[in-house]
Ligand binder design. Structure first.
Ligand code: GAP
Length: 447
């Protein structure tokens, strides 16, 4: 079911305030003033991100028979980045304000005439290249020979292992290798909350295609697949698929589509899907002098496969889902009074908690005991939370974290075994047998 557009559009401040208050996202090492461009995920944020990765993994790996999973290390031989071009060209142009000393990405400034921070006129240094890869040392010596980079993308771990995987998994193109993992970029100007950070997670698919003229078909098929995925979870009008013109493409790329979300500050990239030709594998063949070509036994043909890549940002997708889900709704409560609630309308696959179970009164042991028993049973099939006390307040708290279903155990439960099941979106309440809860809710999880 595609989400509806008639939703409140929150500001980034509203979303980041809720994210902190409810434990989705905290600034990294906040007690020391924070680490710039780095964020920590709290209990709910961790679940949210896990669900994003799981939804991606299910679509890209589990539901297919032509994609295998992979998990490369973050640290790689430094020559990897020479071959990929990152060592020489993975940089942004930066300028410094000579007055306030602040540093900016030249292409992020409206003009080079005036500093947006201190207002000084014509105070910028000449633009200089700034490599975005973070450096560290591998082993006990801190010299140039032991310097390595933290990977700026997960993709290269797949490319250098292409032959290992094809042979060990007995795969022949067309087939893909998928992985989810951390990547690091020393962004000059991180910002917009978790949108541009220096440590983030990518979900990448590298799909290897024989050079038989089907590469563009595969590219289009992956754009379609990814389109369906985003439309399942995000309001349709807030996602766009922008195909780049030929002159906008890197020299090796044949086609590229950016998936963009309509963030509070404008359109921002969530994923990039590209037909990269045979560029990546050829670059490693040249640099490593190893034969990474594929030998097709059946046709006795040897070739370097073409790569179709779908590279998504997990943190950006989680942020888009949080913003997209945020709604403010006026309604008439059970006492006939006008009220307002903040509700995160997450898709049930994405919601960090699926069902909350409440005891109507915390001072009635038999209610508490019954509610805890029901919650423990439901916990086996979905993520749950137990709570007790003022039901109105408990509903509002669960609405604010996007829990699709709330279950209240009351005095009637003790008599006939039924509970109140409340739907987050419609606020409708129905009575169902506690024994039937799992049978009623599990099919709704993937609806
Ligand atoms: N292997 C191709 C590649 O890395 P990219 O467009 O540079 O392509 C892919 O990155 C995705 O990774 C982006 O669409 C974005 O979602 C995410 N990403 C890139 N830089 C990021 C950053 N600094 N912070 C958060 N996510 C980032």
């Amino acid at each position: 079911m595609t989400p509806q557009v008639q939703r409140y559009r929150p500001t980034l401040d509203e979303v980041s305030a809720l994210a902190k208050r409810r434990g989705f996202v905290f600034q990294s090492s906040e007690i020391y003033g924070g680490a710039g461009g780095v964020w920590d995920y709290g209990p709910l944020g961790t679940e949210l991100k896990r669900n994003v990765k799981q939804a991606w993994w299910r679509e890209v790996v589990e539901l297919r028979d032509d994609v295998v999973p992979f998990d490369a290390a973050i640290l790689m031989h430094p020559q990897t980045w020479v071959a990929s071009g990152h060592a020489a060209t993975f940089h942004d142009k930066m300028v410094d304000c000579k007055v306030c000393k602040h540093r900016f990405r030249a292409d992020h400034l409206a003009s080079l005439e005036q500093c947006p921070d201190c207002g000084s006129k014509s105070s910028f240094t000449e633009p200089r290249n700034f490599n975005l890869m973070l450096k560290t040392f591998l082993g006990p010596a801190e010299d140039t020979a032991s310097q390595v980079w933290l990977r700026p993308e997960t993709a290269q771990g797949i490319f250098v292992n292409f032959k290992n995987v094809a042979q060990a998994a007995r795969r022949k193109p067309p087939f893909g290798i998928a992985q989810v993992g951390k990547a690091f970029r020393n962004e000059i100007t991180p910002g917009n909350f978790t949108f541009r950070t220096r440590e983030f997670e990518q979900a990448e698919l590298e799909f290897f295609v024989p050079p038989d003229g089907t590469d563009e078909q595969w590219y289009r098929a992956w754009v379609e697949t990814r389109m369906r995925w985003y439309r399942r979870y995000l309001v349709e009008e807030r996602v766009r698929f922008r195909e780049l013109a030929k002159e906008e493409l890197a020299h090796y790329a044949k086609s590229l589509t950016d998936v963009e979300y309509d963030f509070p500050w404008g359109w921002g990239e969530l994923e990039s899907i590209a037909n990269r030709g045979a560029y990546d594998l050829n670059a490693h063949i040249k640099e490593s002098k190893k034969d990474l070509a594929f030998f097709d036994e059946a046709n006795k043909a040897k070739y370097v496969p073409i790569v179709v890549e779908a590279s998504a940002g997990v943190d950006r997708t989680a942020l888009a889902l949080l913003i997209d889900a945020y709604d403010k709704q006026r309604y008439v409560d059970q006492n006939g009074k006008e009220a307002e609630r903040v509700v995160l309308r997450f898709h049930s696959e994405i919601a960090p908690v699926k069902a909350a179970v409440f005891a109507l009164a915390r001072n009635k042991p038999e209610l508490v005991e019954r509610a805890r028993t029901i919650e423990r049973a439901l916990r086996r099939v979905m993520r749950t939370q137990y709570d007790e006390g003022n039901i109105g307040q408990l509903y509002r708290r669960q609405d604010e974290i996007g829990t699709p279903w709330s279950v209240t155990v009351d005095y009637q439960t003790l008599e006939d075994g039924t509970v109140t099941l409340r739907d987050r979106d419609t606020m409708e309440q129905t009575r169902v047998s506690a024994d039937q809860l799992a049978a009623v809710l599990v099919p709704r999880l993937i609806a």
